[in-house]
Structure formats: structure tokens, C-alpha cells
Design a protein around this ligand. Structure first.
Ligand code: ASP
Length: 346
């Protein structure tokens, strides 16, 4: 009880609105599992992201009792943020300057899933993926078909290319080759050394031990138009099993596809590994199929949550501040999970 009180105090301290008495009572019921499950929502980003992504997700869970609504709410925050250049609105575009989004969703109790790939002009692709799951008997819609489906459900077509993303893309294009007709401006020769990616996985388990997960991204910056990454591929950028847990991947998607990395994490957990060890096993698999760390010049990161709320996080490279991080929220508040990276443990 004290813990829950602290959490409530903490959420209020973080600027959240005061929940009504009814929802407080509900909150306590939702935090009480009595079955060893600790309701938890995690995301693949570290410090600072708990407040931004997980707090609204947690509040949604308290209001509705739905872990699926919760992970969608958290993912929508990032999708709708124009400052985030790797997910949804404001995401960096493909080679031709067109933003093409990938997203997937999966729900444990039904083992059902939905995804969209190369979706243009819609700010919240994970919500379209949810409708593919719930309102069709298909799993995946791509490109113009996905857009038509979204519009059918009332989504509005919008320009996803922010000025900031357009400028980054233009400068990248101008610096791509000295043998084309584009010239960078004279104010510097800014070219990106590495093409940035970025994605978010939001995974959650509720008081009944039921699981939901989302992966959403604008994919690899400057990709060939139509390129689809791991994020909308079930088993690659996202997978879950209601008896085991959920896993998601970020980073170079081709490698995550080649190893079915999220599926691999879940199968490792099924055979007894902790989420941490299972994420490390998938990262090691990516390195092994490439012939060792010396041949790897990209990064991948796997995160996972078990059915009882334990989280894991592993990557190939560390972040500039050290180990990779994820964060999670439960009844005792927001926590940062320090993961491990291959160089450190190998
Ligand atoms: N996994 C994403 C993709 O390959 C990009 C990223 O997470 O950096 O599309």
C-alpha cells in the first residue's frame, strides 16, 4: 500500500493530472494481481523516456484496464512528436524525401497481430496496424493499400515531412556524391557519417499476465523507396507469446529480419532464459551470422519483458554513455534498466 501511495505521489509530482477517486481504486485493483505478475510497461528507450512515453501509457492502463490501449497510447506519443526524427510524424524520409512508416502490434490473449509497412501520410501507423489486427482477417497491409485502409477508418492524410526532417534529408542528398549535380551550401559540409535509424518498442503485461506489444518506426533514413525494415515483420521487430513474454528489436532491421530476432528471444525465454540472457543470445546470434564483431559496423538492440514483469535489454554497441538502456514502469514508479552490450560481456 505504501508503495502504491508513493507511486501516486510520484505520478502527481511528475505533473500528471490527479486521478479521480474511482480511478484510484481501479488503479489499486489493476496493480493487485495475486498471481505473482507485476503489471509492467517497458519501452526500448532509456532515461527520460519513462516520463514521456510510459507515464501516459500507465495512466491509460489505469483508466481502461487495457494493456493494448496502454501500449498504443505510449507509442502514439512518439509517433505524434514532430521532434522525434525516427518515428511517425517528423520521421526522416526515404531517398526521395518521402516519409514511409512501418509499425506492428501484437496481442497475447488472441495471439493476433497486425502491421503496416511503407505507409505514407498517416501520423500514427501503430493505430492503423491495430485496426488491421482487429478489423480484418489479414496481418499485413503495405503502401497504397494500407493508406486506403487507414482512410476508410477515418484517418486523415497529412504531410509527415517536417521542415527539420526535410533539411536533414536535403543536406544528406547534397553530400551523397561529388559526381552528381547537387552542391551543398557554403556554410559547411555537414554530411551524416552514419544514416540514423531509430524505432520504439513498447511492451506491456497486465495484472492478469496478458501481454501486448508495439513496434513503430520511420525506418532507415534515406532507404530505397519501398524498403521495409524489421519493425512491421512479426517475429523480427516484434513478437510475443502470452505464455512467455514480449520482445522487440531496434537498429539495423535487415539483421533482425535475418535472425527472426524477436521470435528467437521469446523461444529462448520459453526454454528458461531470463529476458536479459535471451536478448543477449539474440544479439550474439546476429554477430555470429556476420562472422564476428570485427565484421559488424551496425548496431542492433533487443528488449524483452517476461510474463511476470521482468525486463531485459542488450545491444551490439554501447551508447555514448555506456550500456544500452530501456525503461519500465510498474506500481512503484518509473525505472531505468541498464542493459549489456556485446563488447562488454564477450
Ligand atoms: N529497425 C529500424 C529499421 O530497420 C530502424 C532502427 O531501429 O534504427 O527499419
Amino acid at each position: 500500500m505504501t508503495k502504491r501511495r508513493n507511486f501516486i505521489r510520484q505520478t502527481i509530482g511528475l505533473g500528471a493530472s490527479l486521478p479521480l477517486l474511482g480511478s484510484l481504486i481501479r488503479q489499486m485493483a489493476l496493480s493487485h494481481s495475486g498471481n505473482g505478475v507485476i503489471p509492467t510497461i517497458m519501452c526500448s528507450r532509456g532515461r527520460g523516456w519513462g516520463e514521456k512515453v510510459l507515464l501516459p501509457a500507465w495512466q491509460k492502463y489505469q483508466e481502461t484496464g487495457s494493456i493494448l490501449d496502454a501500449v498504443e497510447t505510449g507509442s502514439n506519443v512518439v509517433e505524434l512528436d514532430p521532434e522525434d526524427t525516427s518515428v511517425g510524424y517528423g520521421g526522416l524520409p526515404n531517398e526521395l524525401g518521402v516519409v514511409q512508416l512501418d509499425a506492428s502490434i501484437m496481442y497475447g490473449p488472441t495471439h493476433n497481430c497486425g502491421s503496416v509497412a511503407s505507409l505514407e501520410k498517416i501520423k500514427t501507423p501503430c493505430s492503423v496496424a491495430r485496426l488491421v489486427m482487429e478489423r480484418t482477417d489479414h496481418v499485413m497491409l503495405v503502401g497504397p493499400g494500407a493508406l486506403a485502409f487507414a482512410k476508410m477508418h477515418g484517418f486523415r492524410e497529412e504531410n509527415l515531412l517536417t521542415d527539420r526532417a526535410r533539411r536533414i534529408w536535403l543536406r544528406w542528398k547534397e553530400n551523397l556524391s561529388s559526381n552528381d549535380d547537387y552542391l551543398p551550401p557554403e556554410d559547411g559540409n555537414y554530411g551524416l557519417k552514419k544514416r540514423p535509424g531509430g524505432t520504439i518498442n513498447v511492451l506491456g503485461v497486465d495484472a492478469n499476465g496478458d501481454i501486448a506489444g508495439i513496434t513503430t518506426t520511420s525506418g532507415l533514413f534515406g532507404k530505397i523507396p519501398g524498403r521495409i525494415g524489421d519493425s512491421p515483420i512479426i517475429g523480427a521487430g516484434l513478437y510475443l507469446d502470452n505464455e512467455v513474454g514480449a520482445a522487440g528489436g531496434t537498429g539495423r532491421g535487415e539483421e533482425v529480419i535475418r535472425t527472426c530476432a524477436s521470435f528467437l528471444v521469446i523461444e529462448k525465454m520459453r526454454s528458461g532464459m531470463t529476458p536479459q540472457k535471451a536478448c543477449e543470445a539474440a544479439i550474439k546470434r546476429i554477430i555470429d551470422i556476420n562472422g564476428g564483431l570485427d565484421r559488424v559496423d551496425f548496431n542492433d538492440k533487443m528488449v524483452a519483458i517476461s510474463k511476470d514483469g521482468e525486463v531485459g535489454c542488450a545491444s551490439i554497441m554501447g551508447s555514448k554513455d555506456g550500456p544500452p538502456e530501456a525503461c519500465y514502469i510498474n506500481e512503484s514508479g518509473i525505472h531505468v534498466k541498464a542493459g549489456r552490450y556485446y563488447k562488454e560481456w564477450s
